[in-house]
Structures are given as C-alpha cells and as structure tokens.
Design a protein around this ligand. Structure first.
Ligand code: GTP
Ligand code: MG
Length: 365
C-alpha cells in the first residue's frame, strides 16, 4: 500500500490533489489543520492506494461460464481427493501385481475404495499371501465379499395367515422399474408357480399412473384394484385374503426427501404379513442410492430389487449398498422384457457382473 500526504490551503483543494494523483479509489486515512503562524494555516490530508490491486474485482464472467467453471473445479477437487485417498489405501496394501490389477478393476467397476481395501486386506490374511496369484486374490476377495452380503428368496416359503394374505409392496424412486418388476414377478408367480395372485396399486400421488399396471393385470388375468388411501388398501387386502399372494405397486417419489418416506409409512400403517421391496436402479449414483436407502431406515425392508443391471458397467454401486446396509438382495432386473428379464439374485450372478468374462459380455444370458 502506498501512503502519501498532501498539503493545501483548503480541505477541498487537498482532496483535489489526492484525486488527481491517486485516482478515485484512493483511501483517505485522515486530515488535520496545521498552523505555521497566526496568519498562515494549511490542511494536511493523508491518503493511500494499493498499487498492486488497482482493480480489486475481477471482471464478471459471462453467464454460464461461471457455473461451468465451478463444476469443473468441483470435478478436479473430487478427482484429486480420490487420487490422494486411493494412494493412501493403495500404499497401505503395499500393492504389487496381481493385487494391484484386481484392486483397480474393482474401482473401475464402481466398488467403493474403502470396501475394496477392507475386503482385499481380509482376503490377504492367509499365511500363503506372498505367493498369491491373480486367481487366488479374486477368490479370496469373493469369499470375503460373500461372507458380508445377504441374499433373499421372497417367494420360497410363503406363509399365508388366516386373516392377512402374504403381501409384498414395491417401493422406490421414480422410474426405477417398480411396476415393470411387479409385472415380471406376477407373471412368474402365476404362470410358473401356479399361485393365486392379486395386484393392488396404491397411487395417492400420480393420477392415471394405474393404467399401465391394469393392462398387465388384464393380460395376465390377475385381479387388480387401485386404491388411494390406507383405509381402501385395508379393505382391498381383505378382499384378496384367500389369494396366495398380493403384490402392491406404489408411485415413485423422490426419496432423497425423508418426508416422502414418512408419507409411505403412514399409508401402510401397521399391517401383519406385509413385506416391502425397495426397488432401486443399478444406474443411480452411489451417493444417491446410499442417501435414499438411509431414508428408509424407519420402514423394515424385506429386500432390495436392483433393476437396470443391463444398463450399467459399474455394478460396484449395487455391491456398495449391500456392504453398507444389512438388507438382503432378492432380484435383479436385467432388461425391459416382461416377464423374461428378471432373475433371482445369486452370489454367482452378482460376481459375474463384478468379474465379467473377457469377451465383454456383461453377464446377461
Ligand atoms: N433396461 C432396463 N429397463 C428397465 C428395467 N426395469 C424397468 N425398465 C424400464 O424402466 C422404465 C420405467 O419402468 P416403470 O416400471 O414404469 O418404472 P416405475 O418405477 O414403476 O416408474 P414410476 O411408477 O413412474 O415411478 C420403463 O421403460 C421400463 O421398461 C430393467 O431391468 N432394465
Ligand atoms: Mg410405476
């Protein structure tokens, strides 16, 4: 900062001098009246300017660029933190080939690096670890993974009670494939298992959303009812009480908002023999899946159904959720075809997505 003192017969003249020499942005630090003799006085003004920053505000970026620049900056930050943290995990494992190859292929598949580290670390506690080849590393990893995740078979042992039909609801965010999954399973249960199935659509939010399911029900010749309140739901459920199974479709909501889960809870109330599938898309981002599942902590979930497995190359985000939450996985949606593209989740199938065959097949039959 440059500080200068200006003297003039009047304050106005002194300020004029400051302005002429330092410009409009000069800062007035103080002024005083100085008497040289009883008849001779002048005014002293102390002013300052920062020569290194004559124009402290950068020019306004054009609209749009600012947002894009911020986004890019955010991406660079995330990438850097990933590099720093993975370097940490990487060095903690003191990785060499083939361990490094397996580690990186898992990261590429979307598995959280902390999970990679923990599972590989546990896999390597065997005494012969120094001599492990790639195959043994993969086998050790799979063993550790499967010891930590659960698989469910919802329709294996159905337990109907006298008063309440065994009921499964399909909950989940918008467009993940709840209705399609329900239709696929309804077809399987009716045609392959010869079970008496009833379908209910609870749609208190999206008017007109029931027609899609009504059409499926008609094709499958399955009784179908649409309801809009808890009371109507109870009544229709009772109507279906002699059926082996009732499947309940719900409208998709943004469950990143916890209040939408609370609304669901209220809608279903306390019902016996009522089980909930949380249907999620395997294409969703890891953090969004995590947050959505967290918001369901007040609803006891039977299992996850992960759809759109065919549309992702990063099955890791599905596995991340299974490792984070204790909820089992029951079904995988593998395409749009009803009823073909649905399969029971099995350890073997899940691992085939994580370690796909070399020919580039994602594992789908
Ligand atoms: N590729 C692929 N597409 C799927 C799968 N499951 C569902 N879809 C497609 O996803 C789209 C949405 O499916 P819906 O069943 O209507 O989804 P939803 O969750 O009921 O949607 P809302 O009721 O609107 O919340 C449709 O185009 C389906 O064909 C799957 O496993 N793989
Ligand atoms: Mg739907």
């Amino acid at each position: 900062m440059q500080v200068k003192t200006y003297r003039a017969p009047t304050i106005n003249r002194a300020l004029e001098l400051v302005k002429n020499e330092l410009g409009e942005d000069a800062l007035i630090l103080g002024n005083k009246k100085v008497s040289v003799s009883p008849t001779e006085n002048y005014v002293e003004v102390m002013a300052a300017i920062d020569p290194g920053n004559p124009d402290p505000l950068p020019p306004e970026p054009p609209p749009g660029l600012d947002f894009q620049a911020r986004q890019e900056l955010q991406e660079i930050k995330s990438f850097l933190s990933l590099l720093i943290s993975s370097k940490d995990y990487f060095s903690r494992l003191q990785m060499q080939e083939p361990l490094a190859e397996v580690y990186h292929s898992l990261l590429v598949r979307g598995l959280d690096e902390k999970h990679c580290y923990v599972l590989l670390k546990s896999a390597l506690t065997q005494p012969q670890e120094a001599a492990l080849g790639k195959r043994q590393v993969v086998e050790g990893f799979c063993r550790e993974l499967l010891a930590r995740i659960k698989f469910a078979r919802p329709f294996h042992n159905l337990t109907p009670t006298a008063s309440d039909p065994c009921t499964f609801s399909f909950l989940g965010p918008t467009g993940v494939g709840k209705t399609t999954s329900l239709a696929k399973l309804a077809a399987y249960l009716k045609i392959k298992r010869s079970l008496e199935v009833g379908i209910i659509s609870i749609d208190s939010y999206r008017i007109g959303a029931v027609s899609q399911l009504g059409t499926y029900a008609e094709i499958l010749d399955i009784p179908f009812e649409a309801v809009q309140s808890q009371r109507e739901f109870q009544l229709v459920r009772q109507k279906f009480k002699h059926h082996d199974l009732v499947l309940v479709d719900t409208s998709g909501r943004n469950y990143l908002r916890r209040s939408h889960v609370d609304e669901l809870k209220e809608l279903f109330g306390k019902n016996r023999n009522l089980h909930h599938f949380l249907v999620l898309s395997a294409t969703a981002k890891d953090n969004d899946l995590k947050q959505t599942i967290r918001h369901f902590d007040s609803i006891p979930l039977h299992s996850f159904i992960f759809t759109k497995i065919d549309e992702t190359l990063t099955i890791g985000s599905v596995i991340n959720q299974l490792l984070r939450f204790s909820c089992p996985i029951s079904y995988l949606g593998t395409g749009q075809q009803v009823p073909e593209d649905m399969e029971l989740a099995s350890p073997r199938r899940l691992l085939s997505f994580l370690f796909p065959a070399k020919n580039g097949d994602s594992g789908k039959n």
